[in-house]
Design a protein around this ligand. Structure first.
Ligand SMILES: Nc1ncnc2c1ncn2[C@@H]1O[C@H](COP(=O)(O)OP(=O)(O)OP(=O)(O)O)[C@@H](O)[C@H]1O
Ligand SMILES: [Mg+2]
Length: 336
């Protein structure tokens, strides 16, 4: 059992919300967010999606038993900031309707979850049929991109110049899609494979054009966000977006609609953020994301104490505090 779970006076007071239990339909538990249907809160009285960002932390695709108290609120604030900026910049529609917890009726609150648990953690969005592709953009070479490059000289079928070092800036940002795995690790795929994945849900006639749009849009959002981050001394090394097609009143995907940016965007969970003043290729970077906790966990793996499978280890207090401090710094620097 996780330590420090909600049930005590959790929420704004700094204690943790590990999971939620609302009396609403379609409860689903992602790695970090609990999602529900919020009847009538969408456009024209349609059903909306309610996402509640918990304090769960996943690393290497394993949800750790120790929450990071307040992380869910930081994620919600950061993502909402970016979603609004993306819409204002004319970079396409997003699912964001509101972050107001008052859209969740009192009748949905029961047992373990109280209103204070919801404060600052709620995103109400337009419900979409999810495009089953992670839209990753990389401006720098790290993580699975760096690993693929060392093996093959390319990432997702995009050939890169020889001799690049770890964390080196790429000549141009590249779109490197990945599968959205239900179980286990996402896998980097080429553009054509991404089209095939989308075709399984939206048909071959729509898939190629859809992926072209998602590539262009992902790259445009990455460029805008990198400029904003750079002005605040932060490098946006890479990031991952999810898109969907809006559902009509009967719950069917509107195939011809503009794709909508869904989920979270440009948070330390979905992006690598580096301290620009300390940037130096050829090594790992000082980061405002999960790298800190990943390094702690790699230490356990090297010591033979964990093998990156479920269940994950409890995190010591200093690792929890250090992780939270990095998420806070990201919030302060990017959206403060
Ligand atoms: N507007 C939307 N319409 C439909 N689904 C959405 C929308 N926004 C987000 N989602 C889905 O809600 C979930 C958010 O939960 P979370 O980010 O914790 O999941 P995850 O573990 O990253 O993803 P998953 O469990 O699907 O692999 C994701 O599955 C995401 O695809
Ligand atoms: Mg997610």
């Amino acid at each position: 059992m996780p330590t420090n779970t909600t049930g005590n006076a959790a929420g704004q007071d700094g204690s943790a919300v590990f999971s939620t239990d609302l009396d609403l339909p379609d409860r689903r538990r992602g790695k970090v967010r609990d999602t529900y249907t919020l009847p009538g809160a969408g456009p024209g009285g349609s059903d909306a999606i309610l996402m509640v960002a918990s304090d769960r932390l996943s690393a290497f695709d394993v949800v750790l038993p120790t929450p990071i108290p307040g992380k869910g609120r930081l994620l919600t604030e950061i993502a909402a900031f970016w979603l609004r900026m993306i819409e204002r910049s004319g970079l396409g529609p997003t699912h964001l309707i509101s972050t107001d917890d008052r859209l969740v009726p009192d009748s949905a609150l029961r047992g373990r979850t109280s209103r204070v648990d919801l404060k600052g953690r709620v995103t109400v969005g337009r419900r979409c049929a999810v495009v089953p592709v992670e839209c990753v953009v990389r401006g720098y070479l790290e993580g699975s991109g760096w690993r693929d490059y060392q093996r093959t000289g390319s990432v997702c079928g995009v050939a890169l110049p020889p001799g690049l070092r770890q964390c080196e800036r790429l000549p141009e940002p590249v779109f490197t899609p990945a599968t959205k795995a239900e179980e286990g690790h996402d896998e980097n795929i080429g553009f054509d494979a991404a089209v095939e994945h989308a075709a399984r849900v939206f048909g071959a006639a729509r898939a190629a054009g859809l992926l072209e749009t998602l590539r262009a849009r992902s790259l445009a959002i990455y460029r805008m966000a990198s400029e904003h981050a750079a002005a605040r001394g932060i490098i946006l090394a890479d990031t991952k977006f999810e898109f969907g097609l809006p559902l009509d009143a009967d719950g069917r995907a509107d195939i011809d609609a503009e794709p909508v940016l869904i989920d979270e965007a440009l948070t330390p969970d979905s992006s690598r953020f580096w301290e620009a003043s300390a940037y130096e290729p050829g090594r790992t970077q000082q980061s405002f994301d999960k790298q800190f906790v990943r390094e702690y966990l790699e230490g356990l793996v090297d010591a033979g104490a964990w093998d990156k499978t479920d269940p994950g280890p409890e995190l010591p207090g200093d690792v929890v505090a250090g992780t939270l401090a990095r998420y806070r710094a990201a919030r302060d620097r990017l959206v403060g």
